[in-house]
Design a protein around this ligand. Structure first.
Ligand code: SF4
Length: 383
């Protein structure tokens, strides 16, 4: 078998099926990554969303014992919406980060990888392969770096020379001895724009992220969001874009190559208030295909309440009082209590908070009600 020719044919086929970049890395263990991952965990910087077995994260052969090469692919995604609706008083909107626009990238990349698998099977016969997109054992970025898809940048993304860091990554482990590609030069140089722009200091060093302090991670938790982050997420409902948007290599990048990744402005920048009373069924129908819905509707609703507080949207106060009084979920009741105080209200809102204080049995919600009452007093100038 001429593997150089097979690689050339695979590359040509990948372009036909909507893969923007394909390169090949060896499947040797990622030895230098291991120490970094251990240190990362020891410092408490992990998100908890990572693959749980460290050895499997650094050794491809624990996923596929016969692995010799890893096909690394990148699919570029859009960064600008055509006709983005405006967020105006009385009709405030939240926003999903760009990585959640269009069809969930796990679905899109898995589709591409399945097609590549089928292509290879047709050419070489039955052969073992393992697909990975984000949730696989290996680090997509470590593979992409080794394959030369891009360099591992200080903002912890993979920057490709062609599409900046606005790419999704996927891997296909194979036992085929393809010729390998070379890594690219790291072009971050002395730039520190992403580190300087991070509002929470989550980028603790070049390429080192404290996930616990990352606003993208914070939008995906299910409990109460710490106050310091509530002040910073603005109208983001899912994810965070600043560390990518400030990067000079992303300037002017806006790739509209794939129909399924085109953003629907009404979903990517949805009205906030209707989100507060959306049913599970409707949420699934409307947002279920987006990557940002993977944690269910509760984090999105909590973030929508925080976004309304960010806007000080007074027209949302009746709905927030309703949630405080009757939502079965403590995180929603408590965040609503805090938001009422943050927005500022009249006697009516104060009464709603005092009434909830009498009947609330959840201690964490009680703390939020106290915060709400304090904020309300401050807003009304009586303190
Ligand atoms: Fe690298 Fe600068 Fe981009 Fe950060 S902003 S990823 S330091 S080039």
């Amino acid at each position: 078998m001429d593997y150089a020719q097979l690689k050339a044919d695979l590359l040509a086929y990948s372009a036909e099926i909507g893969v923007d970049k394909l390169r090949i890395a060896s499947a040797e263990p990622f030895l230098s990554l291991k120490d970094r991952l251990i240190e990362h965990q020891e410092k408490g910087y992990a998100s908890g969303f990572e693959h749980p077995v460290l050895e499997e994260r650094v050794d491809p052969r624990l996923s596929l014992p016969s692995a010799r090469t890893i096909i690394s692919i990148a699919v570029a995604y859009p960064t600008k919406m055509k006709k983005a609706p405006k967020s105006i008083p009385g009709a405030r909107r939240g926003v999903f980060s760009r990585s959640s626009w269009g069809q969930d990238y796990h679905t899109v990349l898995n589709d591409r990888l399945k097609k590549l698998e089928a292509f290879l099977r047709e050419r070489v016969g039955e052969t073992e392969m393992v697909r990975m997109v984000d949730t696989g054992a290996l680090s997509d970025r470590a593979v992409a770096e080794r394959a030369g898809i891009g360099w591992s940048a200080k903002n912890t993304f993979t920057i490709t020379p062609e599409f900046g860091s606005f790419v999704f990554l996927g891997n296909l482990l194979t036992s085929l001895p393809f010729p390998l590609d070379e890594p690219l030069e790291d072009l971050c140089g002395s730039c520190t724009k992403c580190i300087d722009a991070c509002p929470t200091g989550a980028l603790v060093g070049p390429g080192e992220l404290n996930a616990q302090a990352c606003l993208s991670y914070q939008t995906q938790t299910k409990g109460f969001m710490p106050d310091e982050y509530r002040e910073k997420i603005g109208n983001y409902l899912y994810g965070w874009d600043t560390c990518q948007l400030v990067c000079p290599y992303n300037k002017g990048i806006d790739s509209h190559h794939h129909q399924e990744m085109e953003p629907d402005p009404e979903l990517c920048k949805p009205l906030l208030e209707p989100l507060l009373s959306i049913s599970n069924r409707k949420f699934k129908e409307q947002f279920g295909h987006m990557a940002g819905s993977w944690r269910g509707k509760k984090p999105i609703q909590r973030n929508a309440i925080i976004a309304l507080a960010h806007y000080k949207e007074k027209s949302a106060l009746p709905k927030l009082c309703e949630l405080l009084a009757s939502d079965p979920r403590p995180v929603i009741r408590g965040t609503a209590a805090w938001a009422i105080g943050k927005i500022g209200g009249s006697e009516k809102e104060e009464k709603a908070l005092l009434k909830a204080k009498e009947t609330e049995t959840d201690q964490l919600v009680q703390i939020e009600i106290e915060k709400g009452l304090d904020l309300l007093k401050k807003q009304n100038g009586s303190q």
